[in-house]
Write a protein of this length. Sequence first.
Length: 638
Amino acid sequence: MARPEDARALVLAALDRHRRGDLAGAERLYRDALELDPGSFDALHMLGALRLTREDPAEALQLIGRALERSPRVARAHFNLGLALAALGRHAEAVASHDQALECEAGLAEAWNSRGNSLVALERLDEARASYARAVATRPDYSNALVNLATREQRARELAPALGHFRRAYELSPGPFTLAKYVDARHHACDWAGLAGLEQSLRAAPDSARPGPEPFVLLRASADPAEQLRRARQWASQWAGLAPNAAASPLSDRTGKLRIAYLSCDFYSHATSWLLAGVLESHDRERFEIIGVSWGRDDGSALRERVLSQFAPCLDVRGWPDEAVAAKLARLEVDVAIDLKGYTDGSRPGILARRPAPVQLSWLGYPATMGAPWIGYFVADPVALPGLLRPYFDEQVIYLPHSCQPNDRSRCQPHAREPRSRHGLPEAGFVFASFNSVYKITPEFFRVWMEILTAVPGSVLWLLADNANAATNLTNEARASGIGPERLVFAPRVPAQQHFRRQGCADLLLDTLPCCAHTTASDALAAGLPVLTCLGSTFAGRVAASVLSAAGLDELVAPDIAAYTALACGLARDPDRLGALRAQVRAAAAAAPLFDAAAFCRHLETGLSHAVARARSGAPPRTFWVTAEGATDEPPPA
């Protein structure tokens, strides 16, 4: 006859194996214990926790629920139940479970932290920040909670506390992940003292680290395409093995329209939607079904309504687990899945890592290789991704003519120039501007800008006011270069249309490297503002050159910093030449390929159709070029 002490002995043996990492052995013993005593709290709870770590939240939920029926006042059981609910996308219930855990044990820091994660998923961001703060107050050495708290502070543009918390997290858990978080915050704060050494440490991080440094931070910390590829592969390894097999999902034998799914959390008043809206409106509905997959916020904007109205259907997958989203795409028999996020903020690589579609590609949101075996294609153009850079992309390339950045002429609405004084600018004198996000500003380029201001008396530099730390640090850097604070003017954040109109007060937009202007470049051109860029060594540093080329403004692409500096100073001293350039910019808005959304969409559709045709024939992805006549495996003549 089975005795309770026999079951307890099995649980103790299972716990020993669990601690030593023998999960399979521990699971066998937990299940044996439950055969002897089906109501064993410890066997139910710990087997549930184990199933959770083995990515089976559904069984974990059932097991831990049974355990809590036996002992309803165990804080860690409520905590683990909350983790299972969160993994299933049931975040409101997860918050309630964490609250129950905290009723039992108010000092359970892990519950405060995980509660914050679910509150973020529910977009209750102030509550999430308070929950992370409680986790840190309860356990000051909790590096994971410090990172989460600092992330919320950084999103709120409160860089001073964020920097302190990121630094503390790195000191407690030194490694490439926490270091990248700290370096990213330093970029946003334009806090450059000792930054070069931190970036060097980031680049020297071991390839074996899991997770490694976030690749998006490396786009600013390194101009080496080989390093960007290596780090992307390292980051992608987190999602290895999620697909049932290494092969792509088979194409459906269904005939008729191709089903294209666009995946993003940026279907609101965001740069991605400004760029994409015209293309979505131009799709040939006789040949394509367009599906949206959205997990972003609803800002109630006209742009969100404009974009979502083009999808049939648009799936709102906020709170869905990645596995459920992938399963839904597979059931819909999607032919092409387009990842518009890559590894940028809010991305969900775990969806396409499960290979729900036979053709999967990366486009628009992330300006580098994803280094991911589940992404077959990358959409580019010959200027942004020349042949010499192709070895640093794991994806095959769909080359579009002109630029791979979509735009449409509805953005090109001329406005009367506003008084400069309305924006704190001098009515006389040359106005240089840089409306890139401040994290793209590097010490090297800022020094070049100070040289340009020195060479052009009476000129000012107009920058975005992103956060107080950045403004203070940039002003101090300018002063150290002999440039008074009155020559830096900070533009407060305003709605997109207001920002669009005020750009006409500037004379020339100055770009940055190693990560250059992307949407910022085409925004400026659409507003009639010339853009000066310097040709970079990576895709992320060449997008502005691609945009200018498609606008017929190649003369504004400098080959190096010396030429960039000379051209900026020359244009400031030659109003006639600048006036001619402004006329060219206005002409581009009216006629250049850059703003022809319908033609862009036809080219994109040609590329997607060709990729599907290759898949249907059983051929693997292969680089090809789209032309007016169709798709070709050979590059067209230059």
